[in-house]
Design a protein around this ligand. Structure first.
Ligand SMILES: [Zn+2]
Length: 179
């Protein structure tokens, strides 16, 4: 009886190794951060040479192409530094040393990131999340960021509810990604 248990354990370990091997083979190659800065928003202004902090996360509440068009129009009077599409494309529409207009009183020191998510396209895609974490790591390599906050922590809005419906889910995501 004991030898059977031993044999089954060996078999289970072998299966675990095989599963890990095949799961590893299915992983995509590590994506690199590539930023499209070809379109600049006119909705930006000078900021003092202050330490940049926090990062403010938003959801677009519509297609990313619509947000880009919106940020290109001066009449909209809104913008963000970065947008990350569901296809993993990263756009920079305002340089970090300039103020983007996305979070009112936090604009002077913050970096704003818009994530493409909306009703029917909730949460983040795998590549979008990967690109977001790469982008945050890139920003952190250049600035001492102490806080990453949802838009609703600053103004009365439910943004970014299509990705993080609650503050608990936002905190859990930060912890899961060691941010
Ligand atoms: Zn927002």
């Amino acid at each position: 009886m004991k030898s059977w248990v031993y044999f089954l354990k060996l078999l289970r370990d072998l299966l675990d190794d095989m599963i890990a091997y095949f799961e590893g083979r299915e992983q995509l190659p590590t994506p690199q951060l590539s930023i499209d800065a070809s379109r600049q928003s006119p909705n930006q202004s000078a900021r003092d040479d202050v330490p940049l902090d926090p990062i403010v996360l938003h959801n677009t509440d519509g297609r990313v192409s619509g947000s880009i068009d919106h940020f290109l129009k001066s009449s909209s009077e809104v913008s963000a530094h970065y947008l990350v599409g569901r296809d993993g494309a990263v756009y920079r529409m305002v340089p970090e040393h300039r103020k983007a207009w996305h979070a009112r009183q936090e604009n002077s020191r913050s970096i704003g990131i818009e994530l493409e998510a909306y009703k029917g396209a909730e949460g983040m895609t795998q590549i979008q999340e990967r690109m977001l974490t790469l982008l945050i790591a890139d920003i952190k390599s250049r600035h001492s960021i102490n806080r990453i906050i949802p838009h609703r922590a600053v103004v009365n809005t439910d943004c970014p509810k299509w990705i993080w419906p609650t503050d608990e889910s936002f905190q859990a995501w930060l912890e899961d990604n060691e941010l």
